[in-house]
Design a protein. Sequence first.
Length: 84
Amino acid sequence: MREEKIKQMLENGEFVSVNDKKEIKKYIDLAKKFNKKNKTITLRVSEDDLYKLKLKALSNGIAYQNIIQSLIHKYVNEEIKINI
């Protein structure tokens, strides 16, 4: 999805060349800051919820961690909404 958007922006001429070395360094530093690898977190979950999650993951042939990761990704990218 992101690649398609970048390609479309390139085709629409939304990007411009920059020759200023300070400006280039600024954006390289920003890219490094935001291009971090996955981060390990600790999360407290009820035993019952975790058990049910693992069962569903097992029945679908995927790791339960991947489900959690996918849900977080979809939520932060506004692909799903959660009512609390």
